[in-house]
Design a protein. Sequence first.
Lengths: 388, 388
Amino acid sequence: MDFHGQPRFPPGFRCASRNCGLKPVEKDLALFVSDRDAAAAAIFTRNQFPGAPVLLGRETIRGGSLRAIVVNSKVSNVATGAIGLANARRMAAAAAAECGTEASRILVSSTGVIGVHLPIEKVESGLRGMTADLTDDPLVGARGIMTTDTHPKALSASAGPATITWIAKGSGMIEPNMATMLCYIFTDAAFDAPTLDRMLRRSAHVSFNMLSVDTDTSTSDTCVLMANGAAGPVPEATFQEALTAGCLRMTEILARDGEGAEHLLRCTVRGAIDEREARLVAKSLVNSPLIKTMVHGADPNVGRILMAVGKCFDATIRTDATDAWVNGHQVVRGGARLPFDEAAVRAALATEVVDLEVSLGAGDASATAYGCDLTKGYVEENAAYYSS
Amino acid sequence: MDFHGQPRFPPGFRCASRNCGLKPVEKDLALFVSDRDAAAAAIFTRNQFPGAPVLLGRETIRGGSLRAIVVNSKVSNVATGAIGLANARRMAAAAAAECGTEASRILVSSTGVIGVHLPIEKVESGLRGMTADLTDDPLVGARGIMTTDTHPKALSASAGPATITWIAKGSGMIEPNMATMLCYIFTDAAFDAPTLDRMLRRSAHVSFNMLSVDTDTSTSDTCVLMANGAAGPVPEATFQEALTAGCLRMTEILARDGEGAEHLLRCTVRGAIDEREARLVAKSLVNSPLIKTMVHGADPNVGRILMAVGKCFDATIRTDATDAWVNGHQVVRGGARLPFDEAAVRAALATEVVDLEVSLGAGDASATAYGCDLTKGYVEENAAYYSS
């Protein structure tokens, strides 16, 4: 699919971002506004300690309609009890007042440290007058929701007569079990909320749900799709295809910007007995610290591929039919390591995008998981995240 | 339990180690010999790509009797097909000839790089005359089986009139699903093979099976218990207690010497609905990269504890009853972060042994998992393991 060279919003959507004092100087507050009520669907983290904004969001999304999304970074408002939930409601009310709508039309997100109370007064005063800053540049909003991301993340593409725009953040605590961290998707196509929900789940299943930076599932994961209908109806298949393509691309962007990452790692498993097992083995590969460090060091220690396949104890593995490739170079045949050109495999592992492919020879199902290498940068960033 | 100040063998067991040319100068070949046939039990990796020595070992241990164990380091003889299995058999035959017994009484282990053929001639000539070097110092054998270990690992203790000696190696690719990497246990107590097997499985269940350095399950894990009967019968309960105590201590020694590790991390979960869930949540904590880096940096980012509990999607978590402690300092009560003395928690996290305790308030079951922090040293070691 062709993405626009410069990301843009569908007509009717705009955004703003500000510093409201949660961070020293960087943007820490973002607002995404539709000029009319938009049909909406959302999926949230499966973590059993969801943040207050997720608890509120599940309530809000039942209405199937949103006017705006308000997001702060630095503090995630998780593990904050009844005060946290009250603060999330105050944040929705403040955004509703600024946008001239009701709190039930506002989706709230917070991202950052767990277990710290949200300085709600700063957020409330930050929101006052913020609609005056609204712009049609998605990167402005994307910048306002960053935490350890190294760059703002926004994409847009056409789907028939409509436009779809993805804005996301996330680089650590990422093995979403629905959709990673924060991803907001805007379109002017006309769909009702149940259809949006169905399409969003289908796309997330093969994209965000196959992403893992570090096996750790955030307490704040939120993925929202808002459709204002301005472009009229679009065939569902056309829209679904574009939606999935953009979600996959955003998944790769998030994986490549994983904390400390220097490589995008894609692990594809073919020949599995069913999709569940293909996904399981692909996730085992992408999550293995020894695979991740092998990619980091461009060290052709490809026996580790078999280790990571074989530790899926309950998967159907035909050890004598298992083959593996590194960026197209076959390194394993029939469960044993092949003699291969080490310099070529070393060079393949040193490229920015590394594709590991495994064929299990057991069936016809396949799946791809997305991740990154494990570096000293990851350790450094996460050994002092709270204190820094 | 009191371990001996200096580890020693039970009467009738001795060992030797040599350099046979697999490594430049360090010891790479070890032999553990009983002066008579000893009843024996063993458990092996559940990885679906077991090494040739594991395949052969499963066949050998069916006899329930061993005279010797021969081990090489540097090359694991995994993913080496029919040649690998033939080489493992040649290694058993060479050790049998040296020890004056049959190949069916020799347990073979190999540890090191996956997917490289064993230079079997070097091993065969290394074994010739090796019984002349036999000594009663367990550390000599422990030194011969090291890979990335920073020190040789041996323990001994009394169990009634008998002695038990543990010799182990292992520091990476460790989340055993039976017993970690290589651990050899010798005793002069008299038990038959089925009883040894039952006792070994019980002890491994709470010790080696709760150890994880990096979530990666080795293709070579082997844990063997040999009993020569010289000390006569010992009550099973007495022996089981001592066996478990030593396996737990060895588990802690292996965890603390995890690749790059600077801390021993113990995660205890209480109040779980059953043992399966207690083990699941304890493993989730000990394996979380964000918990491991928090410990590494002594960063009191304790919200991550709730994240790692909550990502056990299928466990019974009472979010309003979940409490957590760091080395005795309570940091979470009723699922929310408590105000706590940050300096004290920072100091607690900076100690060599860090205990994280979580109470789920859902039932009476408990479990402890053993691991270590995640450091730049781990990344460095594993980004060039094959090449170095």
